[in-house]
Write a protein of this length. Structure first.
Length: 160
């Protein structure tokens, strides 16, 4: 389990570095997609660990307060990991749904944290165009990440 979590965190680290390259100010949240994949296929415990360790790495690479992304990705990892065995995955529609809902949760999390620290943490609003672009890009990119990681499932998923 530790090897798989370490490999997922390494992929998240590489994804976080790639995320800094922006094409027309639109970003695919690779970190979120990798956490969604490992959480769904390995369960809640692995989702929590992958989310926390990935979040800490992203926190070190971003100007966010230390622990901000760790908390957000931990909650997302736990929530998606709890779906293991309850919802059987469709290779296209379910990752789209997961990516879209995860970005909406991220925006809601930013909004709540913005309430507590308005000068430090930015906020999304529902009327802003970038929020919906990020939702669509992540929703369309998550199935691609799932397909790519599915080829390396032996490295990421615990055998039964």
């Amino acid at each position: 389990m530790i090897k798989r979590i370490a490999l997922a965190v390494l992929c998240v680290f590489l994804g976080a570095l790639l995320q800094s390259t922006v094409l027309f100010s639109i970003r695919l949240n690779i970190t979120l997609a990798v956490v969604l994949f490992t959480s769904y296929y390995n369960g809640a415990v692995s989702g929590v660990l992958t989310g926390f360790l990935s979040g800490i790495l992203v926190d070190f690479l971003s100007p966010a307060p230390l622990g901000f992304n760790a908390l957000m990705l931990t909650v997302i990892g736990m929530g998606v990991g709890s779906l293991k065995g309850k919802i059987f995955i469709d290779t296209l529609l379910f990752p789209v749904f997961l990516g879209f809902i995860a970005v909406l949760f991220k925006a809601f999390f930013f909004l709540i944290m913005h309430y507590y620290a308005p000068l430090i943490i930015p906020s999304y609003t529902a009327s802003e165009f970038p929020l919906w672009i990020e939702c669509i890009v992540t929703a369309l990119g998550t199935p691609i990440i799932f397909v790519l990681l599915n080829h390396f499932k032996a490295f990421f998923v615990e055998p039964r």
